[in-house]
Write a protein that binds this ligand. Structure first.
Ligand SMILES: Cc1ncc(COP(=O)(O)O)c(C=O)c1O
Length: 466
């Protein structure tokens, strides 16, 4: 779907009244959820005494309580109560070969059994993995492995500051670049400001300049107003929260131009898009060369300790390890043999299996079929769009609400209704990201498609026609 149509349809969703599931039907679904997720509930209740809020991970926080997973294989997952799910969360994007993919697991297990998990020293896997990343990503000549996307985003800014001898960074409202102080502003929904900044000193934002998504004039002004001060601009190349706020087709090119004009570095945060949108990431897909690339979980395909900054040699060379005058970064477990071995073999297996193409083809099918299903209910504005194997499905559009406008208060009810749909989907055995996003992998098949359609037919049947 083209940008103009996506924006038009998003506006329509937001201007249409939210369509909740009626109370009696919702109550039944809730009872069903409690009935079929007893062990998950037990674990959650006990966890509350040992883990703040009873759950560790933002993605796992779900309504009415988090579902504890037991195992995953291919595109399927099973929870601790034995319920089966077709999974479109895929660990938040890194799984593209499929969960628990034997040829990858075998290689990783071999490393553990034959060599041990880590020594704190270097190993051949670092080089193998770095070479693989360089081979695919057009702008990348050197790689430094870290331990998470957050670390890599933080390191990229430090490198940009060291390289340009400037301090400020431009970011786009509604984007996510991990939870480093300076980046935690206007998260999720543009205009929400410091809502999530509890525990962050206001000084952390002194070096932050923010612009609205796709605001070309605002961006030019940001560079003009901060002449010779901008070290870098960081973007999610398919748009904030990886496409929830979809990118205008000319945005990335304009960011590139303005960064070059003003002597700032362009950082592509490819934590979601790297080795998913294309083997060469968004930079290949859009044919734009960033100065620095941030990679995250995908570089270990779900194995722990995964993140990297990468980029052109001249910039990257200043962040070598060891003692000396350079932007300091560390991490005892960074670049350990398991993560780097997983990175090398995962990329090799993606190549061999044409994983991105297969995942993309499936994503197109699911978007087409579900859009077809939604079209049978013209009273509902629901729709899907995708950037390759990154799918956004819009039902209540809470991300798109104008927080400065008269409908700002609707965010809560819109979010709640999306969560209710998500709970029903979960009851029916379908898992996605936050009720708004679906990632596909190379193993999704006709059965996964049929299940998805069945679940959405059921959800639609619960929403009375108008
Ligand atoms: C675009 C983007 N950048 C950075 C991050 C942070 O990565 P991590 O969770 O590994 O710290 C994420 C996480 O989802 C992300 O989606």
């Amino acid at each position: 779907m083209e940008y103009a149509e996506i924006m038009e349809r998003l506006a329509k969703v937001v201007s249409t009244d939210v369509r909740p599931i009626p109370e009696d039907a919702l109550e039944k679904e809730k009872e069903r959820f409690y009935e079929t997720h007893k062990r998950s509930l037990e674990l959650f209740e006990e966890a509350k005494s040992f883990i703040p809020g009873g759950v560790e991970h933002n993605l796992a926080t779900s309504h009415p309580f988090p579902v504890a997973m037991d195992r995953a294989k291919g595109y399927r997952m099973w929870d601790v109560d034995g319920n089966e799910y077709v999974d479109f969360l895929l660990c938040g994007a890194p799984i593209i070969l499929g969960h628990h993919y034997d040829p990858l697991d075998d290689e990783v297990v071999k490393i553990i059994q034959e060599k041990g998990p880590s020594t704190g020293l270097t190993s051949e896997y670092e080089l193998l993995a770095a070479k693989k990343v360089c081979e695919h990503m057009p702008s990348v000549e050197m790689v430094r492995f870290l331990q998470s996307g957050t670390e890599a985003d933080m390191a990229a800014l430090r490198v940009a500051r060291a390289y340009t001898q400037r301090q400020k960074v431009i970011k786009v409202e509604g984007s996510y670049h991990g939870w480093y102080d300076t980046y935690v502003s206007n998260l999720h929904i543009p205009g929400t400001g410091a809502l999530n900044s509890v525990g962050i000193p206001p000084q952390a934002y002194e070096m932050l300049v923010e612009v609205k998504p796709n605001d070309f004039e605002g961006l030019e002004k940001a560079f003009e107003d901060n002449k010779d001060e901008i070290a870098a601009m960081v973007v999610e190349p398919v748009g904030g929260e990886s496409g929830v706020h979809p990118v205008h087709p000319d945005w990335n090119a304009r960011c590139r131009e303005l960064c070059s004009e003003h002597g700032a570095l362009l950082i592509f945060d490819e934590v979601v898009t790297g080795f998913r949108l294309d083997m060469g990431g968004a930079q290949k897909y859009f044919d734009i060369a960033p100065d620095l690339t941030v990679l995250g979980k995908i570089v270990a395909h779900g194995y722990p300790s995964a993140g990297a900054i990468a980029g052109r040699r001249e910039v990257m060379e200043i962040c070598g390890a060891g003692m000396g005058v350079r932007p300091f970064m560390g991490g005892t477990l960074a670049a350990n043999p398991i993560s780097c071995g997983a990175c090398y073999h995962a990329i090799r297996l993606m190549e061999e299996n044409d994983a991105v193409r297969k995942s993309t083809e499936f994503a197109h099918r699911i978007v087409e079929e579900l859009n077809g299903l939604f079209a049978t209910r013209p009273d509902l504005p629901f729709f899907l769009y995708n950037f390759g194997p990154i799918i956004h499905y819009v039902t209540t559009g809470f991300f798109a609400v104008d927080i400065g406008g008269p409908k700002a208060f609707e965010v809560i009810s819109r979010r709640k209704t999306a969560e209710d749909y998500q709970m029903v989907a979960s009851n029916m055995g379908l898992n996605s990201l936050a009720g708004t996003r679906m990632y596909t992998c190379m193993q999704h098949d006709d059965q996964a498609l049929a299940k998805t359609l069945e679940v959405w037919e059921y959800i639609l049947s619960l929403i009375p026609k108008k």
